[in-house]
Design a protein around this ligand. Structure first.
Ligand code: PAF
Length: 292
């Protein structure tokens, strides 16, 4: 199907058309960046597109709300879908190709394969969202192998997802460079996310406390604060700020997600907490301390 929204953005819905275009570009010596998304695009996604344009000659965005990464009680059916708006944004940004497959193109009858990454999938979000990372690893493997780009760009907002993708790309020898892009934040620090649209006005006022709590914890740990006591204090701050529950606040090794025991390694504070029906996640780096 070709695109009726603009001259520049071409929309394809089947794997053969995607693969043919990417293969032709690469044969002509052009580098290709892939930016996988689930649509409902916001400024954070558009930063990924900007970065892709700086790093490659051609940019391919994907939009696919992947049913396999949502649990039975999660928001698959209510996840925002705004294809026409997304097409306009991608087109205005100069993205060259959009791959927007139907579920039947990604998971035809008889589909039976799951990509599962041991360890990384079982901690943090994996503990609270059974099967989520198998769904992510399966769909991202497919997208990378369908498009075969030179690079693929993912936001650090979903930091555990980024670590997981780096792991299976290395383990499966998928020939692509995975690039992490910094989280884009609202003026008050809230990380941009399609799910922020679920927040009520009152919840939206409380939401930045998530970033404030983890950024404060990262600063305290970098200044020599005891790691476990500092993350426990951050959990308490979230409850005090009006979050209904805290799934986790944890300090982890930035590359492996193993528990962080000292600051001579790059660390990351990762957190997930709920405001009403909205589950927010966020993470920040803990700077390495020389001589720690
Ligand atoms: O981060 C997302 O939007 C999704 O998890 C991804 C990587 C597009 C896979 O469905």
């Amino acid at each position: 199907m070709s695109n009726q929204y603009a001259d520049r953005l071409v929309v394809v819905r089947d794997v053969d058309s995607l693969r043919r275009r990417v293969r032709d570009w690469r044969r002509d010596g052009l580098s290709v960046a892939l930016v996988p998304t689930m649509g409902a695009l916001h400024k954070g996604h558009m930063k990924l597109m900007d970065q892709a344009q700086k790093m490659a000659d051609r940019v391919v965005a994907t939009i696919f709300v992947n049913p396999k990464q949502f649990g039975p009680n999660e928001d698959f059916s209510s996840y925002p879908r705004r294809e026409a708006d997304d097409f306009e944004l991608l087109s205005a940004a100069g993205v060259h190709l959009l791959f927007a497959p139907e579920a039947t193109a990604m998971y035809p009858a008889g589909f039976a394969t799951t990509v599962s990454v041991a360890g990384i999938s079982d901690v943090l979000d994996g503990k609270h969202r059974a099967g989520h990372f198998d769904g992510v690893a399966t769909v991202v493997s497919k997208l990378l192998l369908q498009a075969l780009p030179d690079i693929a760009i993912f936001g650090e907002k979903d930091y555990q997802q980024l670590v997981l993708i780096r792991r299976f790309v290395e383990d499966l020898n998928i020939p692509v460079d995975i690039i992490g892009a910094p989280t884009v934040r609202e003026h008050d620090g809230l990380a941009m996310s399609s799910r922020n649209a679920y927040l009520s006005a009152e919840e939206r006022v409380k939401a930045p406390a998530l970033y404030v709590a983890i950024a404060g914890a990262a600063k305290d740990i970098a200044a020599g604060g005891e790691i476990e006591a500092t993350v426990e204090a951050a959990r308490q701050k979230l409850i005090t700020a009006g979050f209904d529950s805290v799934d986790y606040v944890e300090a982890r090794h930035a590359d492996t997600l193993a528990p962080l025991t000292n600051t001579s390694n790059h660390g990351r504070i990762l957190a997930a907490a709920r405001l009403g029906r909205t589950r927010l996640i966020d993470n920040v780096p803990v700077p390495i301390q020389q001589g720690a």
